[in-house]
Design a protein around this ligand. Structure first.
Ligand code: PSV
Ligand code: MN
Ligand code: MN
Length: 427
């Protein structure tokens, strides 16, 4: 199924009078505060969020999976799904592939297919956390950190293969997330495991194309429950610093222990020019991979407040970060969940753009926490939904993507095309 512009225009026309009223209201308010609305809209439009190929199907939990039907069965269909999202919100202009789940058989065809949806290929992801059927050595006790040099070589070779696929498609970065770790005290030598990981990453880094970046994810626990080799941003930063200029830390919001001050991590990494990318999701307890903004929208705003501050005052020359959603869908329709996530990200970004940075800096210099809080919350409590909707409509997408998804019976159409029992490949 493809959504055409006429369908979107018809829906937008119906919603237009109501939208106009709310957009005029906020435009008027912002203009009175000397905030240029047109440039806000441009910024929102150019903020593109990559969709991971593995989030297009039902993830399930380790206790079960309840597929909803109409899931993409092939890489082409995964691209089609991201194309649907992008047609609805004009904010999901890239797809991130996970190898070997998404091996492109016919590269020229896949590229043309993505281009027909106006999609780019974002970072490619390696997978050394599962054994594949034809694989010689097992990753049961680790991959890049393994005590057996042959396992490490196999994992390095896999990352090189992922890079080759990415190069063919036009990706420019490799994201490495390692499950490597141990579940019992004494099981693994911390120092050797980290040293081996560094050495293996060095091999990959050395052979990475010159215009590529490496993003290193961290995670405190899971699948192992005592220690993870790259457990936190500090360890990731240590590795990225030792590897070189084109290695960066990637922050996945779910990869922190409860109550971690993620916005401070963002500020620190940006200060060092080492924030490479982001995996957005939300959580209550751990790596819950829930819809972005579903639990802690204020935290998301505070993170964007640091991101915007870091991008505006970029003395450390942090590269423009790669934005991606990394979520799992157990209850919701994956596409509806992703529409909600993209919107939540755009709203937090738009709110962060409203922060009066000069006034905030003055309040900080004056040690006035009351005023600092007022300034931040004034931005956070502004209803920026009409701004984001206007940005979408101007870009040819839907004023209300979720309503459009339902009115156009997108899922029903996908079920008709792909069947009730179609399950996405991957997780
Ligand atoms: C691991 O929890 C993670 O967040 C990494 O980004 C993986 O690549 C992704 O999930 C999919 O398993
Ligand atoms: Mn992730
Ligand atoms: Mn995760």
């Amino acid at each position: 199924m493809r959504i055409d512009k006429n369908q979107i225009n018809t829906l937008n026309d119906k919603a237009l009078p109501d939208h106009r009223e709310s957009f005029e209201y906020i435009s008027h308010k912002l203009t009175a505060r000397d905030i240029p609305v047109a440039s806000l809209i441009e910024k929102i439009q150019s903020f593109q969020i990559a969709i991971p190929s593995w989030a297009l199907g039902t993830g399930g939990t380790r206790f079960g999976r309840f597929p909803g039907g109409g899931e993409p069965r092939t890489l082409e269909e995964k691209i089609d799904d991201v194309g649907l999202l992008h047609a609805l919100n004009a904010g999901s202009g890239a797809i991130s592939l996970h190898i070997p789940w998404d091996i492109p058989e016919n590269v020229a065809q896949i590229k043309a297919h993505a281009a027909s949806h106006n999609l780019l290929f974002d970072a490619v992801n390696s997978n050394t956390f599962q054994d594949q059927p034809e694989q010689q050595k097992s990753y049961k006790f680790g991959s890049l950190c393994h005590s057996d040099a042959d396992v490490r070589s196999q994992a390095v070779a896999h990352n090189m293969e992922v890079i080759r696929h990415g190069e063919a498609l036009g990706s420019k970065s490799l994201t490495v997330w390692l499950a490597d770790g141990s579940s019992f005290p004494g099981q693994m030598n911390f120092r050797k495991a980290l040293q081996r990981t560094l050495d293996s990453l060095r091999e990959i880094y050395a052979r990475m194309p010159e215009d590529w970046k490496m993003f290193i994810e961290y995670k405190p626990y899971e699948p192992y429950f005592y220690h993870t080799v790259i457990q936190d941003w500090g360890t990731s930063h240590l590795l990225a610093s030792q590897l070189g200029e084109r290695a960066f830390t990637l922050v996945d919001l779910g990869h922190h222990l409860p109550n971690t001050n993620i916005e401070q991590i963002v500020a620190t990494l940006m200060m060092q020019g080492k924030l490479g990318g982001f995996h957005f999701n939300d959580s209550k307890f751990g790596d819950d991979d829930l819809t972005v903004g579903a639990m802690k929208p204020y935290q998301l705003f505070l993170i964007f407040n640091e991101l915007v501050a870091g991008m505006e005052d970029n003395t450390s020359k942090n590269p423009y970060p790669a934005w991606m959603i990394d979520a799992s869908h157990n209850l919701k329709d994956p596409l509806e969940d992703l529409l909600q996530s993209v919107e939540a990200i755009q709203l937090a970004y738009a709110q962060a753009l409203l922060v009066d940075r000069k006034a905030l800096e003055n309040a900080r210099e004056d040690n006035d926490p009351v005023l600092a809080q007022e300034i931040l919350q004034r931005a956070f409590r502004t209803d920026v939904r009409p701004l984001v909707a206007e940005a979408r409509m101007e870009a040819g997408a839907a004023l209300d993507p979720l309503a459009a998804f339902r009115t156009l019976s997108v899922r029903e159409n996908l079920v008709r095309e792909r069947g009730k029992k179609s399950m996405a490949t991957g997780l």
